[in-house]
Design a protein around this ligand. Structure first.
Ligand SMILES: Nc1ncnc2c1ncn2[C@@H]1O[C@H](COP(=O)(O)OP(=O)(O)OP(=O)(O)O)[C@@H](O)[C@H]1O
Length: 356
């Protein structure tokens, strides 16, 4: 069976991990949740650094753990990238990349050269780690993990130790991981913007349990998650750049069910991009409103209503054609408009972030 099947139960005083997950065979799966929700513990179970009694782990059909098997960490073909890059200071970048290569098999899936190209570090090979920026060091760490031809790449908040500028520098390289690697990447993060940008699949953890597990777009559009995401509640849509308006520095992106004007990010026509629309930036009207400063006004259908975490507020899921959208409204507004499932409305979208 392809993909990762992971079932773990650990009881510690004050914390229980209890998960039964079926994760995709490729692409980036974000393990997302607040501090203490169990993200690192789950990653450590997969790496074999934590032993959950009666746990089960299969990676692309291979048993790494069940009642009769236990593959020790050093025998698990995995790459592990930590918050802080831990390079050997006495070796050059190339020396660091080559370290440990002898234990990989000949059928290397990601060769050293590919890893160097993917992370854009060819010009750094002769440098010592102390002469690299934090972002460069982390790119070398990721390349080193990939050079070992892992069957799975585990990344534990690889950007957490970097400042904003370094994060921006490394994100484009991480984006490539979900399009260019054919192994699964498990990516621990508690930053919703990082998850929106990098993940294909998401596991939302809370108190050691998986609150939600599914493809990014549809999982973020569930109404039981936003209540926990607070200000970060919103959807991510996969779109294509259809038109560029040089006069106003705008681009029109299309997605199943409509199109939106966004700030031109310099993408070529036809490029695949992601757009993120936060629930707080969506408002609803019964009629189209075009004499406003808001550029994007689209027809939509009310799908579902749900309470929010403040008694004044509610969440509304809408459909823009086949694509979901979430709006955060007051109960008073919703009652005033008489909103109900199936109703045709117009949505105004105050801000759209182009994230890919
Ligand atoms: N060896 C251990 N023994 C007992 N409790 C532990 C052990 N390791 C971690 N914990 C507890 O398990 C819980 C989950 O920790 P974990 O590090 O997995 O969370 P996390 O979601 O990765 O958090 P963060 O985002 O802060 O890294 C925490 O309450 C932690 O204190």
């Amino acid at each position: 069976m392809a993909g990762i099947q992971a079932r773990f139960h650990i009881d510690w005083p004050g914390f229980t991990l209890d998960v039964d997950l079926d994760l995709p065979a490729r692409g980036v799966t974000a393990l997302f949740g607040h501090s203490g929700s169990g993200k690192t513990t789950l990653l450590r179970c997969i790496a074999g650094l934590e032993r959950a009694p009666h746990g089960q782990l299969r990676v692309n059909g291979e048993v790494w753990q069940d009642d009769s098997h236990w593959l020790p960490t050093h025998k698990r073909p995995l790459g592990y990238v930590f918050q802080e890059a831990s390079l050997f200071p006495h070796l050059t970048v190339l020396g660091n990349l080559r370290y440990g290569l002898k234990r990989t098999n000949a059928a290397a899936r990601v060769s050293l050269d590919q890893a160097i190209a993917l992370l854009g570090i060819a010009h750094l090979l002769d440098r010592q780690p102390e002469h690299l920026s934090g972002g460069e060091r982390q790119r070398v760490s990721i390349a080193r993990a990939l050079a070992l031809s892992p069957r799975i790449l585990l990344m534990d908040e690889p950007l957490a130790a970097l400042d904003l500028q370094r994060k921006q520098e490394i994100l484009p390289y991480l984006e490539r991981l979900h399009s260019e690697l054919d192994i699964p990447v498990l990516y621990v993060s508690h930053a919703p913007d990082e998850v929106a940008r990098l993940a294909d699949f998401i596991v939302a953890l809370e108190g050691g349990r998986a609150l939600a597990c599914g493809p990014l777009g549809e999982t973020l559009a569930r109404l039981d998650l936003p209540i926990r995401l607070g200000e970060d509640a919103g959807v991510v849509l996969d779109a294509v750049v259809a038109e560029r308006d040089a006069t106003w520095h705008l681009a029109r992106v299309t997605f199943p069910g409509g199109s939106l004007w966004v700030r031109d990010g310099g993408h070529a026509l036809g490029s695949a991009v992601r757009v993120r629309i936060l629930a707080r930036d969506v408002s609803v009207a019964l009629h189209p409103v075009f004499d406003t400063s808001i550029l994007n006004c689209l027809p939509a259908t009310v799908d579902q209503l749900a309470p929010d975490d403040h008694p004044a507020l509610m969440l509304l899921r809408l459909k823009l054609g086949d694509s979901p959208l979430i709006a955060r409204l007051t109960h008073r507004s919703a009652a005033g408009l008489g909103l109900a499932p199936g109703q045709q409305v117009w949505v105004q979208i105050k801000a759209v972030a182009l994230i890919g």
